[in-house]
Write a protein that binds this ligand. Sequence first.
Ligand code: FMN
Length: 374
Amino acid sequence: MTDAASLSSPIFTRSDRLKLGVFHMNCTGGATPSTAEGGINPLEWSQQVRIAQLADRAGFDAFIPIARWRGYGGPSKFNDEQYEAIPWAAAISALTERIAVFATAHVPLIHPVRLAKEVATLDHISGGRFCLNVVAGWNQRELDMFGVELIPHDERYTVAGEWIRFLEKLWVETEEFDFDGTYFRSKGALSDPKPIQRPRVPIMSAGSSPAGVAFAAEYADICFAVADSPETLQPLVARIKDAAAERGRTVEVWTQVGVICGDTEDDVTRRYDHIVREHGDVEAVTNQMTMLMGGGGKTLDYKLDPAMLERMMAMQHSYQLFGTPEQIVKKMQQLADIGVDGMSMIWPDYETGIARFRDAVIPLAVQAGLRSAG
Ligand SMILES: Cc1cc2nc3c(=O)[nH]c(=O)nc-3n(C[C@H](O)[C@H](O)[C@H](O)COP(=O)(O)O)c2cc1C
């Protein structure tokens, strides 16, 4: 399997100590289940373009959508509308200049022959800036719409491995070939054009179970690790990097962060209380947790513990990059020190949040050696 170190994508050729990605913006509410003003509600294409161009011009490294087919309801209609990531990425690619553009694809819902060509097309549209986030699928309610059964947890990653091997072959083979796998069979397979990035586009994945980490170590270039403190994140980062090293590979680890940047600590608390405590969407989060705990789709008589409820309302259990600009840079430093390579960032209000981060935080991150100037 190709190693991240050999990929020519702009995301791997820049030398910043901590990379910056904008995440989860292609659905209503983004990752903030709240009725507070300023969020993504309703979902509007012109706003997606404004957010993408703002992040692109501000020097962010990555623009990462989610793959979702059903939302969680509640008064905020949390995630009830979602732009499908592949056509979304095509247009975003054409309207930006340097940011790496991702699409997220569900293994059980898209055939490698179709996706190989879509990815190559996206890589051409973006001029070699496209990256693929691979999700194995967990939500039976979504899969039910396709008539697809959720298979046992670890086997999902076995299927995903074969799916990626088939994709890779389509991206490199110049003569037609037969693919004879356990899950995929194909006769006379061939896909042209090839992606611009050689031998393939960068792959991201997000599992932190043993099977998810093994999959990332074997096939991904970036793995998402989610934890709520540097102390809990550190062993997970080490586990992912060690698993890759055992296979003679390197994998970057990115973590999901929610950002609330205030002028003072009181300002941060005021913003947090407004978004989470006063306007947090309890109903949407309860629906979401019911789906998560039920394996997706089954209704449980399930009551959330209030602390977990609040953590989920506070940008979906992300690491809380909350504080003044100075405090935020200190937290970024801590993440870099434990081996985190990048952050997938969520804001309650992406437009004002990204602009504020650009003006108040990035200059301090440059001074701290976390980002290069310009
Ligand atoms: C940061 C992050 C982003 C994810 N994005 C999606 C997504 O867009 N669509 C989806 O169906 N699952 C998504 N997932 C779920 C993962 O693909 C995976 O099912 C989950 O992390 C559990 O994996 P595990 O059981 O191997 O730990 C995401 C997970 C994380 C942590």
